[in-house]
Ligand binder design. Sequence first.
Ligand SMILES: [Zn+2]
Length: 304
Amino acid sequence: MPQITLPLSLLAGVLCVLSGCAEAPVQTAPQTSGTGAAEETGSARFGAATAILNAGVMANLGTSGDGSVKLLFDPLYDNHFGSLQELPPELAEAIITGAPPYDGVDLVFVSHAHGDHFSASMLVEMLLNDTDLWLVAPGQAYDRLKEQENWHHGLATQVRTITLRNGETTQTFDLSGATIKAFRSPHNGWPERHSETHNISYRVSVPSGDGEVMRVMHLGDADPSAEHFAPFAEFLAAKRTGLVMVPFWFYQSDDLDAILEETLNADTSVAVHVPVNVPAYLSEGTRPYFTQVGEVVEIPLTAQ
Ligand SMILES: [Zn+2]
């Protein structure tokens, strides 16, 4: 496994959640090197992105003070389609109920309304459990939420719906102390497959003092063709992203370095959505990828 640090306290906490034990042992995580200024906070670290499963990632941005923001990307899903890891019920329950390390989540992002990224029923449950929670999701996912038996109209105030055409971006908007830019590009396999699916990427920034920010980007199931990113060249070039979370097939691209460094303008990357049978271009490569709950990569600071 290349370049992934795994704080013991976080892993222990997750395993504890999974096994149902009452108290997670508190251990000190090893300090990581680099510019991310990661900080140990007990159940989760700031300046770190932590694997959930599949395309699910938890990111803790900001500082350990009041300026901190906890995000989840594609955390809850219904379907593993035979090639992906199943979401264990205990893990789903921990996320839905906000058990550590999933306590105090500010924002949940849904990239698109496919069953391996999205569970309408579980997300409605999560919204019902935490009235301070924001959900940011494409209109196609919102339509599914409203079909759920436990949905009620009051929950609409907790949902920010993204409606875009391919090649379009939202205006920058702020929620819970995070600055968000959403943009839509074609789903992988376009145009033969899933051409009607609204695949939304999110770039999220939180100030971290001294003119620096923690900025992450999650691409959902984006198709890696450079032409799809051309409409976003200006805003991607304007801000350096510390960590981009890409679907694993990006790592198969011949021009991966250029995609990450120039097109996406990111310091570091981690591949997500990795199948159970890990492709050789991941396992034999040098770039990090997530396959297990609790794996962690640092989020480098970048300029505002
Ligand atoms: Zn998909």
